[in-house]
Write a protein that binds this ligand. Structure first.
Ligand SMILES: Cc1ncc(COP(=O)(O)O)c(C=O)c1O
Length: 393
């Protein structure tokens, strides 16, 4: 039996991992207007669209200032640099995160000091942070992974007790709260990414630093714009670089920001449906008391992930793994473990020696699986994913 277009009508429709078309289609008119406006006035870098979005996003995050930058990795690097963190310093980073968190630290000349995560949330483990602090530690990066904030209280207390800067990596947590506090309002500063697949995504790369430290915001704004003086364009006060949010992306982000809370609520509804319908052996990542996650990703832990993934793929259901290799095991981080010169003759295990073990993150890396998650995901689609999971297990 076939339906229109020759597609068999008894074949269930595919479930995309992320429905970017659905997310962006509802704003086509606003996007067209934004594009036309920018094309008409002809200011493609900086200007009123960027200033407007920065104001709106700072307000949204319940912080004093926002500086639009080129991407989320730059946001973190610029924060670290703005705080004077660099060569000789260590920055504590959870090993279960996207590599960008660690890359930003390395780019400043500082060293990431990886720590393990909590088994239930897979977020940075405060006890591991305490154990990792030493005389070189300058900062902690709390990564609000999968859309759930790191509990602000214990991590802020640790940072305060040791005189460390607390930086939030909020690339996956636009709009998340913990006991009323919003992602971006907890640390000295927060880095956000507007990569297209994020909860607030641009139509290209983009990022922001959010902070209530106005001097830090000024410094970052200056560095990100070639160190240019705010009063005299011909002067460059600081050794800077180019990391600016494009005017067009800022205009598009302003068009999308009013939809963010409703989109996040739809993600939460889809996650609630998953929790009801998931088979017994699929364990979703736990939500801490007081947390209001925004479910950037719907992460479960399963045995036999390969078979489960194959079954999902065969049923036309998109899935992913975030992240299959923890940062401390990434080849790019090998130099952190031992200053061994790498030669072609060395076996891989020697080329990339792993000095420390992080059992929670290492075990989770083999079991985590990210299910489809979008604001457009329907209860029927969730039910279909859960049926296929039930069959596979
Ligand atoms: C946790 C985390 N940190 C940082 C980044 C870096 O953001 P960007 O890709 O915009 O540089 C990402 C993006 O994927 C991320 O997920």
């Amino acid at each position: 039996m076939t339906g229109s277009g020759g597609i068999p009508s008894d074949v269930p429709p595919r479930v995309p991992f992320l429905d970017l078309h659905g997310v962006n289609n509802g704003r086509r008119e606003e996007f067209d207007l934004a594009w036309k406006t920018v094309l008409d006035h002809g200011h493609f870098v900086g200007g009123s669209e960027v200033e407007r979005f920065e104001r709106e996003f700072a307000t949204y995050c319940e912080a004093e200032a926002c500086v639009g930058v080129a991407n989320g990795t730059d946001a973190l690097e610029l924060i670290l640099d703005g705080l004077g963190i660099g060569r000789g310093d260590e920055v504590i980073v959870p090993t279960n995160t996207f590599i960008a968190t660690a890359e930003a630290v390395c780019a400043t000349g500082a060293r990431p000091r990886f720590v393990d995560v909590c088994p239930d949330t897979l977020l940075i483990d405060p006890a591991a942070v305490v154990a990792a602090v030493n005389s070189s530690t300058a900062a902690i990066i709390a990564v609000h992974l999968y859309g759930q904030m790191v509990d602000p209280e214990p991590i802020s207390a640790i940072a305060a007790a040791h005189g460390l800067a607390l930086i939030e990596d909020a690339a996956q947590a636009h709009g998340a709260r913990h006991q009323g506090r919003r992602a971006g309002s907890v640390g000295i500063a927060a880095g956000f990414s507007f990569y297209p697949g994020k909860n607030l995504g641009a139509l290209g790369d983009g990022g922001a630093v959010v902070t209530s430290d106005l001097a830090l915001a000024d410094r970052i704004r200056c560095v990100a714009n070639h160190g240019r003086s705010a009063v005299d364009r011909s002067l460059h006060d600081l050794a800077g670089r180019n990391s600016r949010l494009d005017t067009l992306q800022a205009a598009l982000l302003s068009a999308k920001l009013p939809l963010l809370d409703a989109d996040n609520a739809r993600r939460a509804a889809a996650m609630a449906a998953y929790r009801e319908m998931l088979p017994r052996h699929c364990m979703p990542v736990s939500v801490q008391p007081g947390a209001e996650p925004v479910y950037h990703l719907a992460v479960i832990q399963v045995e036999r992930r390969r078979e489960v993934g194959d079954a999902l793929t065969a049923a036309g259901i998109g899935w992913g793994v975030h992240y299959p290799v923890p940062c401390h095991q990434q080849p790019a981080m090998a130099a952190l473990h031992e200053p061994v010169p790498v030669t072609q003759k060395m076996p891989v295990a020697q080329k990339f020696p792993v000095a420390q073990k992080f059992p929670v993150a290492e075990r989770a890396a083999g079991r985590i699986l990210s299910l489809p998650m979008s604001p457009t995901l329907t209860i029927e689609q969730v039910a279909r994913v859960c049926d296929v999971l039930g069959g596979a297990l």
